[in-house]
Design a protein around this ligand. Structure first.
Ligand code: MF3
Ligand code: CO
Ligand code: CO
Length: 266
């Protein structure tokens, strides 16, 4: 398998899937309140994707090689959970930070996006981690251009994270996306400029940096999915699906209430 270049027809479908994924986050945002369980957020998103969007939640029963089927429709990663948190009975509390990661399939194509949510007054440190991680995402996106390299993206992200004393999770990365949830290429969130795959118009992939306040090492929990920081430091993640265009990039996972691109200074 190699990197697919999407046709204009496929790109049109990717735009729809991407917007739908973002709109699930718009829909769920007002429900992310202290006292709600991650399982309730999952059920609300599941029903919205199926009954309102007439789409499919890609995580449900997703089983890549070596994994058991994911049992829920979204990922909910709270505080020191890095990614792939499994929704359950745990209630969100004031001060928590939580990543909600949504992937929908519409008309055979995937859209994949995640945002951080803050429960009433997160600590200054938690807020800053989320903000810097959001800047990392957009610095990575801004590095996307035809003729550019994958390493340019990773370098932009890693530099910004480490300048703030944070670390980049190495074990998980962004990914090509289209008919399949996870396609080639792997989009590392660290690297060296001018190295790696050359970007071409029509490529679609995610950028989804996982940034830890402490050390980069992670641990996988016994449920086979949940990934946590080994040192229990906070972790944040934001994700967009992007298309390489003739002139630069197009973010496919935007919606009415998606947070804006932040101000970025070189
Ligand atoms: N949405 C995640 C990503 O960004 C993947 C989740 S796999 C799942 O790649 F099975 F946990 F949903
Ligand atoms: Co995702
Ligand atoms: Co992804």
């Amino acid at each position: 398998m190699s990197v697919t270049i999407k046709t204009p027809e496929e790109i049109a479908k990717m735009r729809v899937a991407g917007r739908l994924a973002a709109e699930v986050l718009d829909f769920i945002a007002p429900h992310v309140r202290a006292g709600v369980t991650t399982g309730e957020l999952d059920r609300l998103c599941h029903d919205y994707i199926l009954n309102v969007q007439l789409a499919t939640p890609a995580p449900l029963n997703y089983a890549p090689p070596g994994y058991q089927p994911f049992p829920k429709s979204i990922c909910t990663s709270v505080n020191h959970v890095v990614c792939h948190g499994v929704p359950g009975e745990k209630k969100l509390r004031a001060g928590d930070i939580v990543n909600l990661d949504i992937t929908v399939i519409k008309d055979g194509y995937h859209g994949d996006t995640s945002r951080m949510f803050y429960l009433a007054q997160p600590s200054i440190q938690a807020r800053r981690l989320c903000d810097v991680t959001y800047e990392c995402l957009w610095l990575g996106i801004d590095a996307v251009q035809p003729g550019g390299r994958l390493g340019d993206i990773g370098y932009a992200i890693q530099t910004h994270a480490e300048e703030h004393g944070y670390s980049v999770v190495r074990e998980f990365c962004g990914h090509g996306i289209g008919r399949k949830f996870h396609e080639e290429p792997q989009v590392l969130h660290y690297g060296r400029p001018g190295t790696g795959l050359r970007l071409e118009p029509g490529m679609t992939f995610t950028i989804e940096p996982m940034i830890n306040a402490g050390k980069p090492e992670i641990r996988q929990l016994a449920d086979g999915w949940t990934v946590v920081t080994k040192d229990h430091s906070l972790s944040a993640q934001w994700e967009h699906t992007v298309l390489v265009t003739d002139s630069g990039y197009e973010v496919l996972t935007l919606s009415a209430k998606a947070p804006q691109k932040p101000p970025l200074h070189a």
